[in-house]
Design a protein around this ligand. Structure first.
Ligand SMILES: Cc1cc2nc3c(=O)[nH]c(=O)nc-3n(C[C@H](O)[C@H](O)[C@H](O)COP(=O)(O)O)c2cc1C
Length: 190
């Protein structure tokens, strides 16, 4: 089983990175082949709403997103990790989400499986936010669910922590990294 991690924080080795690393370590301990892609290291332009993808489901922008399409097709499990930025996903993550419009077009305009029909795909959302508010993650969760529905990825749930602001705060949160490791193991069993 192949697990794809999409690391959406531009802060390297920050809170989301640490959680994602544990999720992938847990998945790997259960026999999965894991790949982590750091989105801030890639060149991914935002969607231009040109509708070119409506013809064949292919995005005309030739940049690093082409590699992400490929990796999404190869993955059985997808772990989307992004901290909250102004209640939503980081710009790096949202660019990837929006560029999945070509996969949305495959499904809803062309009526073909967006990532192929060779496997069942399931996904997990990992996030942190500096604030401690009720329903803090709901807007971001709604975005991730909309993405997963469009890509035929079953949303298995989220692993989110509020009140986590400074880099490294997640390491001080009791049980957080253990929960991430277990979530990674569980993702392979579900
Ligand atoms: C531009 C920006 C916007 C942010 N907006 C929010 C927000 O709306 N809600 C929140 O809880 N935290 C917000 N934060 C705080 C981050 O989510 C927090 O620092 C988090 O721990 C960063 O995770 P990382 O270490 O994985 O990058 C924001 C941080 C930045 C830099």
């Amino acid at each position: 089983m192949r697990v794809l991690g999409l690391a959406g924080s531009p802060r390297r080795n920050g809170n989301t990175d640490k959680l994602l690393a544990e999720v992938l370590r847990g998945a790997s301990s259960n026999g999965a082949e894991v790949k982590n892609i750091v989105l801030s290291q890639l060149n991914i332009s935002p969607c231009e709403n040109c509708d070119a993808c409506f013809t064949a489901g292919i995005c005309k922008i030739n940049d690093d997103m082409q590699d992400i399409y490929e990796e999404l097709m190869l993955a059985d499990r997808i772990v989307l990790a992004s901290p909250l930025y102004f209640m939503g996903l980081t710009a790096q993550t949202k660019a990837v989400v929006d560029r999945c419009q070509s996969l949305w077009a495959k499904k809803y305009k062309l009526h073909i499986p967006p990532l192929g029909s060779d496997r069942v795909r399931k996904g997990l959302f990992v996030s942190v936010g500096g604030q401690s508010l009720p329903n803090l993650f709901q807007p971001a969760i709604a975005t991730v669910k909309a993405l997963f529905i469009s890509l035929d990825i079953e949303y298995t749930g989220e692993l989110v922590f509020s009140g986590i602001d400074k880099a490294g705060d997640i390491s001080l949160e009791p049980g957080a990294l253990d929960r991430a490791y277990l979530a990674g193991q569980k993702l392979i069993e579900c």
